[in-house]
Design a protein around this ligand. Structure first.
Ligand SMILES: NC(=O)c1ccc[n+]([C@@H]2O[C@H](COP(=O)([O-])OP(=O)(O)OC[C@H]3O[C@@H](n4cnc5c(N)ncnc54)[C@H](O)[C@@H]3O)[C@@H](O)[C@H]2O)c1
Length: 308
């Protein structure tokens, strides 16, 4: 196999994504962490799963960036979770330092890669990757919208008792409290959900989607979601490696699209072998647009704190 995907961070999200990339035989996988032994152990465990899965992917766990050399895609999940007593700004500063140092090392060994940042706060961390890497905006694509819309699709399918395969959902904006689920563009077999359920049910789904991450954090008691985030990462990796030209909501650096300048925000994009191949502009109502602008302003505030 000649494609190579590196996953930085061998925690819950990184390991889940790495395993699925190997199982699906999308590429050889390198999983890297600062913890000694953990990426090596998880990597070996994944490699040993491959014969059962029928995959010839080679998986390597490491602490050494030299092993990541010439990766086609680098997924960054490294970071700290918020601990008791830590403010959002503390987390922001700590994770931006981690992301900066990870990005520098990634670029030394894979100067032409496509980077998919995942670490939270997602949009601000994507901006750090973009600034530090010096890559064109087409090659830095944050994962959030695919996860948020997967959650919305699951809720729609449950509500209407239909196959998830019939569902599409659109969630724009920053990955946080200000995200903007768009019911008008969320459909079942092409029919907007606004025509399929009462307004109060639509509102409930929108609200649950926006709080989807928090709902799982509360249930788990410690840590945050990783199965759906892992699947969302893999969908993006697959779209790039297979040049699928898939339209997915992703966090990208906007330069005037949707009237937003110089900040990462989630919008629909076309993903293919060149990374971000097109930003799809959809018409928004004044209310939807106001919500998107508010969400962009919230990301901008974070970005200003870390000067990215
Ligand atoms: N964008 C999204 O939609 C989304 C979804 C889920 C989780 N996340 C975020 O992804 C991140 C990872 O979540 P998780 O549940 O896997 O956390 P986790 O704590 O299980 O794993 C994080 C890993 O990063 C490693 N790490 C820390 N500093 C590092 C460094 N400098 N270099 C390499 N590795 C380093 C840690 O050792 C740990 O193994 C978090 O920031 C989380 O908030 C984002």
């Amino acid at each position: 196999m000649n494609r190579k995907v590196t996953v930085v961070g061998s925690g819950h999200v990184g390991a889940t994504a790495a395993r699925s990339i190997a199982d699906k035989e999308l590429a050889d996988v390198v999983i890297l962490d600062i913890l000694e032994g953990v990426p090596q152990g998880k990597g070996l465990d994944m490699l040993e799963a491959c014969p059962v899965e029928g995959s010839d992917a080679r998986v390597l766990g490491t602490n050494d960036y030299a092993d990541t050399a010439r990766s086609d895609i680098v997924v960054i999940t490294a970071g700290l979770a918020r601990k008791p007593g830590m403010s959002r700004d503390d987390l922001l500063m700590k994770n931006s330092e981690i992301i900066k140092s990870v990005t520098e090392q990634v670029m030394t060994h894979s100067p032409d890669c496509i980077i998919l940042p995942v670490t939270n706060p997602l949009d601000a961390m994507a901006q750090v990757v973009y600034r530090v890497s010096g890559l064109p905006r087409e090659r830095v694509i944050g994962m959030a919208g695919v996860l948020d819309s997967a959650r919305m699709r699951a809720f729609i399918a449950q509500e209407l008792n239909v196959s998830v395969e019939n569902t599409h959902a659109f969630v724009l904006g920053g990955h946080g409290d200000t995200m903007v689920p768009l019911p008008r563009y969320s459909t079942v077999a092409g029919i907007p959900i606004t025509e399929l359920m009462e307004a109060d049910r639509v509102d409930a789904i929108v609200k649950r989607t926006a709080q989807g991450g928090a709902e799982i954090v509360k249930l788990l008691g410690t840590g945050s979601a990783y199965y759906a985030p892992g699947s969302a990462i893999v969908e993006m990796v697959e779209a790039v490696l297979k040049d699928k030209k898939k339209i997915l909501p992703c966090s990208v650096f906007l330069q005037g699209e949707y009237g937003i300048h110089d900040v990462f925000v989630g919008v629909p994009v076309k993903l293919g072998e060149r990374g971000l191949e097109e930003i799809v502009q959809i018409t928004l109502t004044p209310e939807e647009d106001a919500a998107l602008q508010k969400s962009a302003a919230a990301v901008r505030e974070l970005v200003q704190v870390i000067n990215a």
